[in-house]
Design a protein around this ligand. Structure first.
Ligand SMILES: Cc1ncc(COP(=O)(O)O)c(C=O)c1O
Length: 420
C-alpha cells in the first residue's frame, strides 16, 4: 500500500482554510485535509460541496449532527431564558438537568463540568480527597494501561499507550498507579494507600478494547473486598453508543460502579457538557470550594443536556445502537471475509493486520475517489501484534441500514480488500 502518498485538500477554498489554520493554530493535532463547513445528520460537508459520512462522530460525541430538538432547546434558553449563571446562585435549568441525569443513571448526585478531561480530573481529585479523609497521606488511584481520560496533566503525564506522544516528557503527576489490564495486575497493585480505581468501561481511544464481564465484575469485587471506590469513565461509551445508557449495564448490577463520568453526547454535540455522577457516599467528598467551574452546569449547557437526554430516551438510542452496530459488523464480515471486527453497539473495532498505521487507509476513504466518502480516524498501532486499529463510530441517531450498506459496499469493502 502506498503509505507515502499524501492526500490533498479537495478544492482551493479548502486549501486556503487549511493553510491559515496550519499557520496560526497550535500544532497539537494533525487533522486530515478535509474542511467542514456544514454538518447535517450523518454528513460532513466541505466548502466545495463534497459530502462525507461521519464515522468518527467527534470521538463518539455526536448522536446526529445539528439535532433540531437540541438546537431548539438551546435557542429557547438563549432567547428567552438566561445566559451564564454561575453556581453561586441556583438556576431552574440546573434543577432539570440534575433530575434528568440522576433519574436516568440511578445515581444520587451530579457534579457538572464542561469537557470530558476536566470531569475525569475531578473524578481523580474526588478519589484522592477520599484518601485524605481516610487518613492516607499519599493516596493512590489505579488506572490501567492504554487508558484515555483526556489531556489534563494528571492523565497526560501518566499516559503509556502512545510512545510517540510528546506529553510523556511532562513531569509525572503523583497519586496514579498504572497497571496491566488484568485482574491479577490490579490485585497486586492494591496496597494500604489505594483508594480506588478509575477505568474506562471499554477503552475508546486505546483501541477500542472491550472489557469482558468477568473483568469488570472482578474489578468490582476487588473494590468491595478492599473497601475501594470504583469509577468508570463512560464519556465515550455512555449515553447509548454501546447499547446501554451506561455501557457497564450490559453486565448487570454486579458491575455497578460507585460513580461514572459522562461527557461528549451529554451536550448533544452542541454545547460541551460533562459530569461526575455518583452515589451519595462518593459524591459527599465534593465540599464547597473543592471543585467547580464557571460554565459547569450553566443554564444553556443544562438545556442542551436535558434535550440530549430526552432525545436519547425518546428515540431509544441504546437499542438503535445495538441493532445497527450488530448489523454493521455482520455486513463487514459478509463483504470482507476474514476481517477482524468486534463491537459494542455502534463502537466498532476494526483490526488491520500487517499495516503499520491505518492513517493512509482512512485518508483514502475520505479523500480518494470512492463515493460515499467516509471519515473514520486511524487508531494506534500495536507493535507486538502487528495490528493497526481503526474505529467506526457513526452517529447512532442518524444511521440507517441503507447508509451502512452503501458505506460498506461502495467504500469500506473495496478499500480494505485492496490492502492485500
Ligand atoms: C473515555 C474518555 N474520557 C475522557 C475524554 C476526554 O474528553 P474531552 O476531549 O471532552 O476532554 C475522552 C475523549 O476522547 C474519552 O474518550
Amino acid at each position: 500500500m502506498g503509505e507515502d502518498k499524501k492526500f490533498s485538500p479537495l478544492g482551493e477554498k479548502s486549501a486556503r482554510i487549511i493553510a491559515e489554520i496550519d499557520k496560526y493554530s497550535a500544532t497539537n493535532y494533525s487533522p486530515y485535509p478535509f474542511v467542514v463547513e456544514k454538518a447535517e445528520g450523518p454528513w460532513l460537508i466541505d466548502p466545495e460541496g463534497n459530502k462525507a459520512l461521519d464515522f468518527l462522530s467527534a470521538y463518539s460525541a455526536i448522536l446526529s449532527h445539528r439535532h433540531p430538538g437540541i438546537i431548539k432547546a438551546v435557542e429557547d434558553e438563549m432567547r428567552h431564558g438566561s445566559d451564564l449563571v454561575s453556581r453561586a446562585l441556583y438556576s431552574a435549568r440546573f434543577a432539570e438537568m440534575v433530575r434528568a441525569v440522576t433519574r436516568l443513571t440511578g445515581y444520587d448526585r451530579v457534579l457538572p463540568k464542561s469537557d470530558g478531561g476536566s470531569a475525569a480530573d475531578s473524578a481523580i481529585s474526588g478519589l484522592l480527597m477520599h484518601g485524605h479523609e481516610r487518613g492516607i497521606k499519599n493516596p493512590e488511584v489505579i488506572l490501567t494501561k492504554d487508558y484515555f481520560h483526556g489531556r489534563t496533566w494528571i492523565f497526560a503525564s501518566n499516559a503509556l499507550f502512545d510512545s510517540d506522544q510528546s506529553f510523556r516528557r511532562l513531569p509525572r503527576a503523583q497519586g496514579i498507579v498504572v497497571v496491566d489490564n488484568t485482574l491479577e495486575a490490579i490485585g497486586k497493585a492494591i496496597n494500604k494507600n489505594t483508594v480506588g480505581m478509575f477505568l474506562e468501561t471499554h477503552k475508546g481511544e486505546g483501541g477500542p478494547i472491550f472489557s469482558k464481564k468477568e473483568f469488570l465484575v472482578g474489578v468490582k469485587k476487588l473494590c468491595d473486598v478492599h473497601n475501594l471506590f470504583l469509577g468508570l469513565d463512560e464519556i465515550q461509551t455512555g449515553l447509548g453508543r454501546c447499547g446501554y445508557i451506561m455501557a457497564w449495564q450490559e453486565y448487570g448490577e454486579e458491575a455497578r460502579p460507585d460513580f461514572v463520568t459522562l461527557g461528549k453526547a451529554l451536550g448533544g454535540g452542541i454545547i460541551p457538557v460533562s459530569a461526575v455522577v455518583g452515589t451519595e457516599e462518593f459524591m459527599k467528598v465534593y465540599t464547597p470550594g473543592s471543585d467547580g467551574s464557571t460554565y459547569g452546569g450553566y443554564p444553556i449547557a443544562c438545556a442542551a443536556a436535558v434535550a440530549a437526554l430526552k432525545y436519547i430516551e425518546e428515540e431509544d438510542i441504546p437499542k438503535k445502537s445495538r441493532e445497527l452496530g450488530d448489523y454493521f459488523v455482520q455486513k463487514l464480515r459478509k463483504e470482507i471475509p476474514g476481517i477482524a471486527v468486534e463491537n459494542r453497539g455502534l463502537l466498532i473495532r476494526v483490526e488491520l493486520k500487517g499495516v503499520k498505521t491505518a492513517e493512509h487507509v482512512c485518508q483514502e476513504m475520505l479523500l480518494g475517489k470512492r463515493e460515499p466518502r467516509i471519515f473514520m480516524k486511524h487508531g494506534h498501532y500495536d507493535k507486538e501484534k502487528d495490528v493497526a486499529y481503526t474505529r467506526i463510530a457513526p452517529p447512532p441517531g442518524a444511521m440507517t441500514k441503507e447508509l451502512i450498506d452503501l458505506a460498506v459496499e461502495n467504500t469500506i469493502a473495496p478499500t480494505l480488500k485492496n490492502l492485500k
